[in-house]
Design a binder for this molecule. Structure first.
Ligand code: UD1
Length: 367
């Protein structure tokens, strides 16, 4: 018999944690010390990282790289250098990375160059907008992956068009939705509505952090203008990402945003509180990728402030619509929601809480 095989699961930024929580627990149960969790430290604040470990019962990382923030090149490079030392020492036979953040690309690239197999969870998603850092991460990660786990039908089509060998691609469904389904009882128990003085279905949730929306004063002023009108119709709650907070402060717009009486700014929330907030809201106004999926599953209207989405099933099947930063389109959408005329949507195939289970079956074969 050959030496027992080892597997490394990578997580680094907030949207990774809920995607790997169930998987790492299942792998640790099966493989014990042969399943290692590496946290790159791309996100490091309590509210951006540790709270997810606590709530989702993710084991303490076996290895923490503590890379912190930086420009894309610096952050990706630092993760690569540090993760290379880990792979050389641990000699895994497989590295599993999820999503589209810098940690995903950095760790996949290191593994591929050391001739270690790479499995990518959430493969094949494409916004076709190379101005988004995540799109570069998606394309580059998929091209070097050996197993590509697809979350929605568009992923299959995209990978086929890009010439990826069909035998590498597996349509497993959505691990982020696994996490929602698994944690619904805790989400329902969250006291966040009471804490923020909110009534069910009487408020909208706002999340904005994409460079295209928050990195210029012009974009932020357009957003302010939009929020000014919407918040006169309905209360808005904005758990603000550190990146957006820093940008608003940097452009001297804190007082302006703070003056919107019906807009409540709060620090980033934990997983249970945030999902409870979305579940009971009358709509989400967002530029996030994951929230488009969570809102679709929870049947909450989602207005995505982007020109494109890498998750088109949330629009064609779910509750999502793209509204860009177009004031007219956004106001029309909000009015439609408030009039109760928004589409109800349906839940895409394999968003059924069993994607992790399907991934495990495939991983077991390759271990
Ligand atoms: C990253 C992901 C993005 C994802 C988002 C979710 C990439 C390219 N982007 O963007 O896809 O939607 O995470 O949160 O990987 N900061 C803190 N504390 C933290 C983390 C960050 O204060 O724990 C601040 C720092 O000032 C940092 C900035 O936020 O410079 C941006 O963080 P970074 O990880 O570079 O990218 P995100 O915008 O969070």
């Amino acid at each position: 018999m050959t030496a027992p095989k080892k597997i490394i699961i990578v997580a680094g930024a907030r949207p990774n944690f809920m995607k790997v929580a169930l998987l790492i627990n299942a792998l640790k149960k099966k493989l014990g010390k042969r399943a290692l969790l590496v946290h790159t430290g791309q996100h490091y604040d309590y509210q951006m990282s540790e709270v997810f470990f606590k709530e989702l019962n993710i084991p303490k990382p076996d290895i923490f790289l503590n890379v912190g923030s930086g420009s894309h090149g610096a952050q990706t490079g630092k993760i690569m250098e540090m993760f290379e030392a880990v792979v050389v020492k641990e000699k895994p036979s497989l590295v599993v990375a999820a999503g589209d953040v810098n940690s995903t690309l950095a760790c996949s690239l290191v593994a591929a160059k050391l001739d270690v197999k790479v499995a990518h969870i959430e493969a094949g998603l494409r916004s076709f907008d190379r101005g988004m850092p995540e799109e570069i991460n998606r394309l580059a990660t998929d091209v070097i992956s050996d197993i590509l786990f697809v979350s929605e039908a568009s992923g299959l089509k995209n990978l086929r068009r890009e010439g990826v060998e069909p035998k590498k691609v597996v349509y497993v469904g959505n691990v982020m939705i696994d996490s929602v389904i698994h944690n619904l009882p805790s989400i329902d128990r969250s006291g966040v509505l009471k804490k923020l003085g909110l009534q069910k279905k009487n408020y909208g949730v706002l999340t904005l952090h994409r460079p295209s929306n928050v990195d210029s004063k012009k974009a932020l002023l357009e957003i302010y203008d939009i929020l000014n009108v919407i918040s006169s119709k309905v209360r808005l709650v904005y758990p603000i990402h550190p990146r957006s907070k820093a940008k608003i402060a940097g452009f001297g717009l804190e007082a302006k945003f703070g003056s919107l009486k019906n807009l409540t700014l709060v620090d980033p929330l934990g997983y249970f509180d945030f999902l409870k907030l979305v579940k009971e809201s009358c709509f989400a106004l967002t530029d996030s990728g994951g929230i488009q999926e969570e809102a679709t599953y929870l049947k909450v209207p989602c207005l995505t402030m982007r020109e494109n989405t890498e998750r088109p099933s949330t629009v064609s099947e779910g509750t999502n619509e793209l509204v860009g930063r177009d004031k007219k389109a956004i106001l029309a959408a909000v009015n439609k929601v408030l009039a109760g005329k928004w589409k109800k949507g349906r839940i895409p195939k394999y968003w059924d809480g069993r994607a992790t289970e399907r991934i495990l079956k495939i991983l077991q074969k390759s271990l």
